[in-house]
Design a protein around this ligand. Structure first.
Ligand code: UDP
Length: 227
């Protein structure tokens, strides 16, 4: 939904900023690690400006979110609006949609249905998965803080997508699913890991739920939904 994605991030944000200005509200913007694109520095710190292809398939999301941040900072600077910007890294947990196309819902539902697991590319690309309750806690702390510059929130525990698939397979008993390799989507980021020094210092926040714990809870959720 490329055009809707562009409009939500840009026009939708503009409407909300106007509403917040009118009501004198504080506005927290859910930005994303996608503002860093396919990052050339690792791990990603907030000062990094990113490496985004504006006309690639992901550009509609990435550029809308970059515009969203720019607009939010402009309202902060020129109208004195109280704003917060969180850059959310990959997050997971119960109540993800089974068919949203992302890696974890895909892997869990494929394993539970005893289907093959679709890894895109050779699976060497990395992500760092944050359990949802940790993220919510961080967002709440940021909202209540007095810090208006962007803050990364995510779990720095980095893993390759191939190893992620294997961890999911290992969690589901008595299955014969194997990994099958599919074409890597264009502009798929090769590496992603948040530097959360700022969140630690400013919000006294860091993730508490390990991947093994979070994957177990999430696996139970998908089993229930799919049965
Ligand atoms: N991915 C995969 N198989 C799938 C869905 C995704 O190998 O069925 C890969 C995808 O190419 C990417 C990673 O898993 O490298 C994470 O994808 P996701 O869509 O979950 O998040 P994002 O790319 O936005 O970080």
């Amino acid at each position: 939904m490329p055009i809707q994605t562009l409009k939500v991030g840009s026009l939708g944000t503009h409407n909300l900023l106007g509403l917040a200005k009118d009501k004198g509200s504080r506005l927290l913007i859910a930005s994303t690690s996608e503002v860093y694109g396919d990052p050339l520095i690792h791990p990603q710190v907030e000062e990094y400006w990113g490496n985004v292809n504006p006309i690639g398939p992901r550009g509609v999301y990435d550029e809308a979110k970059r515009f969203q941040e720019a607009m939010t900072m402009a309202y902060h600077t020129y109208h004195g609006l109280e704003t917060r910007i969180v850059r959310i890294f990959n997050t997971y947990g119960p109540r993800m949609r089974v068919n949203d196309g992302r890696a974890l819902p895909a892997f869990f539902s494929q394993a539970i249905r005893n289907e093959d697991i679709t890894v895109f590319g050779d699976g060497s690309q990395t992500r760092s998965f944050c359990y949802v309750s940790d993220l919510v806690d961080g967002i709440y702390k940021l909202l209540l803080s007095d810090y208006h510059l962007p803050v990364n929130l995510g779990n720095p525990d980095e893993i390759s997508i191939l190893d992620t698939a294997q961890e999911v397979i290992d969690l589901i008993p008595n299955i014969s699913s194997k990994v099958v390799f599919k074409e890597l989507p264009k502009d798929d980021p090769k590496k992603r890991q948040p530097d959360i020094t700022k969140a630690k210092e400013i919000l006294a926040w860091e993730p508490k739920v390990s991947r093994s714990e979070g994957f177990k809870i999430t696996g139970e959720y998908f089993k229930k939904v799919l049965s």
